[in-house]
Ligand binder design. Structure first.
Ligand SMILES: Nc1ncnc2c1ncn2[C@@H]1O[C@H](COP(=O)(O)OP(=O)(O)OP(=O)(O)O)[C@@H](O)[C@H]1O
Length: 263
């Protein structure tokens, strides 16, 4: 008998089958399939309003699904409760939220799901320090989050998600509104996480500095899956007409960014 290990098919960490979702009277997801296997880095792409954020919010239970199934780590979402396995970075929120918290306090809040009785122990503090170092904010640890730039806020939110040592990281447009220096730090952070085996689902409007990390891209159009496979090649920075993307937080009247990702 051979001693070679039996290669199991990669376990799906996220599995959406025929998912439909409505927001108000509007049908936003029209029966989408999306599978993310353990260790994969999957980018969810698509024009403004195609349903990307709604799809990830349906994964984590923030949007109810009217038809189809959502499974996390092989468990139907309604029965899934092991949320410490998942780190979520929502779309462009501030870490401050009007509360005068320090960088360390915000990052430490990402560890609470792992802390017994809500009390942080040495292993928890170590994880917080590691996450801060990973995003290059060790020297800002004691500063108020109100004193940070937009890019630094985003780094804090990502450190908060990483502090919980999740097996699955879900990030909604992590690079939106982030300065170039922070983009490089975030790409590096993600590369290290992926190197440690973390599974990643990212909503992006362009691949940018994350492109080398992406294994697969799922492109949505009008609530349907248009493409599921290798990341589409951008034709330079600008490309094919008809697939413009204006970031929701762009200044009024801003020129659309042509991603060229949606041929
Ligand atoms: N609370 C809501 N009620 C009704 N419609 C909504 C609501 N939130 C979002 N929508 C609509 O649902 C559609 C999909 O929105 P969603 O945020 O999922 O798109 P997206 O692909 O993430 O877009 P973007 O790139 O602009 O963030 C959009 O047309 C949006 O206007």
């Amino acid at each position: 008998m051979s001693d070679a290990p039996v290669t199991e098919p990669s376990e799906p960490v996220i599995s959406l089958r025929g998912v439909r979702a409505e927001l108000g009277s509007r049908t936003v997801l029209r029966g989408i399939d999306l599978t993310v296997h353990r260790g994969e880095v999957v980018a969810l792409l698509g024009a403004n309003g195609s349903g990307k954020s709604t799809a990830v919010r349906s994964v984590i239970g923030q949007v109810p699904v009217s038809k189809g199934t959502v499974e996390l780590f092989g468990t139907p979402r309604a029965r899934f409760s092991d949320w410490k396995r998942i780190g979520y970075v929502p779309q462009r929120t501030t870490a401050a939220g009007g509360v005068p918290a320090t960088v360390t306090e915000v990052v430490a809040s990402g560890r609470l799901s792992r802390a017994r009785f809500g009390i942080l122990r040495k292993a928890d503090h170590d994880a917080v320090h590691r996450a801060l170092a990973l995003v290059g904010l060790t020297d800002r640890a004691k500063d108020s989050v109100n004193a940070l730039s937009g890019g630094q806020h985003q780094r804090v939110l990502i450190a908060r998600a990483i502090a919980g040592e999740p097996e699955l990281l879900i990030m909604d447009e992590p690079m939106a509104g982030v300065d170039l220096a922070s983009q490089e730090v975030l790409a590096d952070t993600l590369r290290k996480q992926v190197g440690e085996g973390t599974t990643v689902l990212l909503v992006l409007h362009e691949l940018g500095p994350l492109e080398p990390l992406i294994d697969r891209a799922v492109v949505l159009r009008d609530g349907c899956v248009l493409h599921d496979g290798p990341p589409p090649k951008a034709v330079g920075q600008h490309a094919l007409p008809g697939h413009d993307h204006v970031h929701p937080h762009a200044a009024p009247g801003a020129e659309p960014v042509r991603t060229g990702l949606l041929s």
